[in-house]
Design a binder for this molecule. Structure first.
Ligand code: BTN
Length: 274
């Protein structure tokens, strides 16, 4: 696998990012972002990228496997300065998920001629509510949005993104989980990490603008991209379980689960397809 090359000036020139940090290795880009977010003079949006993370974090107690070949970064934003009110923060995870689907679908589309003909059309990206991106039925990427701290940091959010790109899932450690995939596993091709980064950043910029404008096309897209729709699911939230069939994602970001008692709106929790 070729060593990943990231060019700071190209990122600044070709995306909405205004401050860039590129590290060969970090514990977690979200932890570094939390330190930086406390600096009132930080120019935003700020990008913190690590070629490898030694303590990559997922939701809850989960870890995030971040070996060479994966794309792991965090973007610090001030949503209010982008026209996104605090009431819309719960919709940010799905907005980011849509942007990642945009970017990955475009990347796959360009490599389509390199995907063997039998698999053509089968390579599809989707959102698994609330913060996973699915490729060909397996998790290819995750999102971890955090807001920590007081002072300048309290108006800022860190959008942490991890994408399995050239780190083939065949080399994943056992504790990375059974159901992952890397982009290279689906396309049988090595990808340029910087160009995927730019695709994600540009898609994120336009989807955040759509959120700020309250454009109804955005929730329509996340509902279309919902991988769980029509699947039997079990949702756990604070040791309460809801079983039923997923019927989509509402405009406010709630997962919709239907059973004999009616349609339930799930605001937070972990969901499992049965
Ligand atoms: C999940 O699927 O549970 C979320 C995974 C998020 C991983 C990314 S990698 C970059 C950023 N830094 C971290 O420590 N985690 C996020």
């Amino acid at each position: 696998m070729a060593e990943a090359v990231f060019v700071r000036d190209a990122i600044l020139a070709q995306s909405f990012i205004r401050h860039v940090e590129i590290h060969d290795e970090l514990g977690s880009t979200n932890d570094r972002a939390a330190e930086l977010a406390a600096d009132a003079d930080l120019t935003l949006p700020a990008l913190i990228l690590a070629k490898r993370q030694t303590a990559g974090r997922g939701r809850g107690k989960h870890t995030w496997w971040s070996s060479a070949g994966s794309l792991t970064f965090s973007v610090i934003v001030n949503p209010a300065s982008m026209g996104i009110p605090a009431a819309d923060w719960p919709r940010l995870s799905l907005t980011t998920g849509v942007a990642m689907c945009d970017a990955l679908q475009r990347e796959i589309g360009e490599k389509q001629d390199l995907v063997d003909s039998e698999r053509r059309g089968a390579v599809r990206v989707a959102i698994k509510w609330p913060n996973d991106v699915i490729l060909d039925g397996a998790k290819v990427a995750g999102i971890l949005i955090e807001s920590r701290g007081a002072g300048a940091a309290k108006d800022r959010l860190t959008i942490g993104i991890g994408i399995n790109v050239n780190n083939t899932w065949r080399s994943a450690p056992r504790d990375a989980g059974p159901d992952g995939i890397a982009l290279c596993d689906a396309t049988c091709h090595e990808h340029d990490l910087q160009s995927i980064l730019l695709r994600v950043l540009n898609a994120l910029d336009s989807r955040l603008q759509q959120l700020a404008a309250n454009d109804t096309g955005l929730p329509a897209t996340w509902s279309q991209l919902c991988w769980l729709t029509e699947q039997e699911v079990e949702v756990e939230n604070n040791r309460e379980w809801t079983d039923g069939v997923c019927v989509g994602i509402a405009d406010d970001g709630a997962l919709l689960v239907e059973n004999v008692y009616g349609t339930h709106r799930i605001i937070s929790g972990s969901v499992r397809a049965l």
